[in-house]
Write a protein that binds this ligand. Structure first.
Ligand SMILES: [Mg+2]
Length: 443
């Protein structure tokens, strides 16, 4: 049943709603609407000038109206008089096809028509820095192998506990928090859910983590490689497909014990194997979405970090329970995509997983041979596996050539995304850097 947001405000003492949408680059944009005005906004949407955000629009475009999805509403646990609600952009009574949340909703519907309901869990790693973003927030966090450092995680207990308490309050089922593999880096895990719900939670988690960090005098960043030489921020996705959404799910379509075809390798069903095949087939192209910034390519393809491993892939390979590959199948009925990074747009991450997976199921894509080796030590021995793109331009060109993936993601979206990201690349490449001065001044 659709919630009435005005009634929700009255019941919960909410004074303001943040009507929020996510642009092509993953930026979250919101209008703060008093509860007295929310009924009209629920009907008509909040007006935005798309051109003023990272959407492919001109100043002459009509208003883009962000229609709140009442099922996504969350009362801010740290400021209970405000509620955040994700919105679906509409223009002249039509869904804005390039808007990331609309791309995802369309793909969820397509998959549902084929009896597939994707559920995912994500691991959004982040760093806690000083407010100017230049230093780690904790000067004592200097260990060469800082992963799971109990002393260091306890020095940031107040931040981690506050975020985890809020996730408990919100019913997300958080179950573990740790200090990650880089100095200053943390990870917090909560239960997997339907793709749209995970995307909304992912967006809200970023907003919440940044807000709580600011409250404590720190700055949280999800940037893929914020500190040279240290492990970067990944956003690994654990993927499974079910027979129905939400609480109605009974059977895991990827598992082999549910009558979904003969058992494949490592307990993936036939459909699960084809879905994985789609991810493998489109991996180099989908990197343009899962690794969307210039900085993303300093995480994948990185030289060995101080801790000993980057924990990021550089080649399109898959395996069993082994973290050195792009895809890990840790147990029956699911797999982990280790390619995405902290800059990924929460909605486009889920959308591109469904798009690639669905195309794999439709074309019965073969994921290829599994490689049970340590890729960091023996990766050079693998023959025939494509290398991931070396930079954002490579990735964009590969995406542009992948007609099947572009069509699945939507022509209008793909055109807008490629255009805007090329503009970003041009801005980067025309920037005069200190590196050029250092290396070529005396040539
Ligand atoms: Mg991790």
């Amino acid at each position: 049943m659709t919630k009435d947001l005005a009634a929700f405000a009255a019941e919960n003492g909410i004074k303001y709603f943040m009507i929020s949408f996510t642009d092509l680059f993953g930026g979250q944009r919101a209008k703060l609407v008093p509860a007295q005005a929310i009924s009209d906004m629920q009907e008509d949407g909040a007006g935005f000038a798309g051109f003023a955000t990272y959407m492919d629009m001109t100043p002459a475009h009509p208003d883009m109206l962000a229609l709140p999805d009442p099922d996504s509403v969350i009362q801010l646990p740290w400021k209970p008089e405000v509620a955040w609600v994700a919105a679906n952009p509409v223009m002249e009574d039509k869904d804005v096809a390039q808007a990331p949340r609309n791309v995802l909703r369309r793909l969820i519907d397509e998959a549902a028509q084929e009896g597939m309901h994707v559920k995912t869990g994500i691991e959004a790693e982040f760093f806690l820095l000083t407010p100017d973003g230049r230093e780690l927030s904790d000067e004592f966090d200097t260990a060469a192998k800082p992963c799971y450092d109990q002393q260091a995680v306890m020095r940031r207990y107040d931040v981690v506990r506050e975020i985890c308490d809020y996730m408990l309050e919100l019913g997300w089922g958080p179950y573990q928090n740790d200090h990650e593999d880089a100095n200053g880096q943390f990870e917090m895990n909560w239960e997997f859910d339907d793709a749209l719900r995970t995307a909304d939670k992912h967006s809200f988690f970023k907003f919440m983590t940044k807000s709580v960090a600011e409250k404590h005098g720190f700055r949280a960043t999800f940037m893929p490689k914020p500190v040279e030489g240290l492990t970067g921020n990944g956003c690994h996705a654990h993927i499974s497909v079910w027979d129905a959404p939400g609480d109605k799910s009974r059977a895991n379509v990827f598992a082999t014990d549910t009558g979904n075809g003969p058992a494949g390798e490592l307990g993936l069903s036939e459909k699960g194997t084809y879905f994985l095949g789609g991810i493998m087939k489109h991996a180099s192209a989908l990197a343009a979405i899962t690794n969307p910034t210039v900085n993303s390519y300093k995480r994948i393809n990185a030289p060995r970090t101080i801790s000993g491993a980057t924990w990021a892939p550089n080649t399109v390979t898959w395996t069993g329970n082994n973290r050195t590959h792009m895809v890990r199948v840790p147990g029956p009925g699911r797999f982990e995509l280790r390619l995405p990074d902290g800059a990924v747009n929460p909605y486009l991450l889920q959308a591109v997983i469904i798009a690639a997976g669905l195309s794999g199921v439709r074309s019965k894509a073969d994921p290829g041979k599994r490689h049970d080796i340590d890729m960091y030590a023996d990766g050079h021995k693998v023959r025939g596996a494509p290398k991931l793109p070396l930079n954002m331009l490579d990735a964009l060109r590969t995406y542009d050539k992948d007609k099947e993936l572009k069509t699945m993601m939507g022509e209008e979206f793909s055109k807008a995304y490629i255009k805007m990201k090329h503009e970003e690349w041009n801005s980067f490449i025309t920037h005069f850097s200190q590196w050029e001065r250092d290396h070529t001044l005396d040539i």
